[in-house]
Design a protein around this ligand. Sequence first.
Ligand code: SF4
Length: 403
Amino acid sequence: MLNSVYFITFGCKVNLTETEKMRLALLSKGFAISESEEKADIFVINSCTVTDTADKKLKKTISRLRKAYPEAKIAVMGCYTELKSLENVDIMVGTADRDTLPDKLSKLSPVKESNEDYKIYPDNTRAFLKIQDGCSCNCSYCIIPKARGGFCSKPLEVIGAEAKAFAEAGFREIVLTGINIGFYGVERGQTLFDAVLTVSENAPNARLRLGSLEPERMTDSEIEKLGGIKNLCPHFHLSLQSACDRTLKAMNRRYTISEYMTVASKLREKFSNTAITTDIIVGFPGETGEDFAESMEKIKKIGFSDIHIFPYSRREGTRADLMDNQIPENIKHERAKKLSEVVEDMKKDFAETMRGRSLKVLFENEKTPGVHVGFTENYLPFTVENNDLKSWRNQIKEVRYIP
Ligand code: SF4
């Protein structure tokens, strides 16, 4: 029987990249990846420490797993382990020594014979390629610069080699990720465009998607150049956090709402069928009812195809945690609810604008035989039912979009 690993990932898209790499590393060491907790011998938790809520979730998960699966081993990797220690786990690895995890796990539980009960991790349509790490910005609510250090961009040769390897492995979509990919190459006079071009040249048959992006380095010329990369998906997760200038200032964000709107319009001009998604924190310290109303109004004006909403959560060690104008929890949750109603409408409106258009879908799965599901380039989920019982998995097909 193979020792079977079940992954749990907390936090942002960046962590998905780390998880993806660890999956591949463990597979190459002979481990199997379990798709259910019940069949796992080992749990690998990729932790996040952006907020106190994330810390609590992590601890709760560990104690739940300990109780439910007393025989299983638990390993924790990721941001949390950089800052704090944990009880009740077998292995902890920080970001610098995470490559040691496969060896540590092998020593802990030697790999045994194969067992068909355990499925090999099957997702071979989308790969995550991390192009940079760290952040030197100083948003007042964020612990990441302390946890991960400053900007550190992966050299283009390495990015090219990794993109090629993903392409050869058959991935049809590559997501470029990092802590702050908009600042790619800032240490050596390069920009995100250089990284995207490198991936595009090395994986011409894969479509490319950008992970979460800060707006401030999205200049006209950068957008113009990105617009020339044919396999880049017109989907931009352009981090906003608040659409009120007073709140943006308190967050120590580095743009005004009007600058953000200019970037959003330029992206829409340059790409067809552009989808813009974002993150919004509600109830940031000092955010008044008026600030929130202003933020809602601008959010509607920009029009997003989706928004991830985060009620502000205090993070020890950040400046925002020391602010004395914290917002009560009930108000944060009221604001999150109000915004989520607006988001539901915006999602429908965006999907409606795509009705009848010809869009390309990368099919990832079948719900049932003959029911194929995937995502469009602008990240709309799409399901089609027909008589083709053969798998469409990992194929890109042009469809007439119906929401
Ligand atoms: S840009 Fe701000 S929120 Fe993003 S990682 Fe850097 S400091 Fe944190």
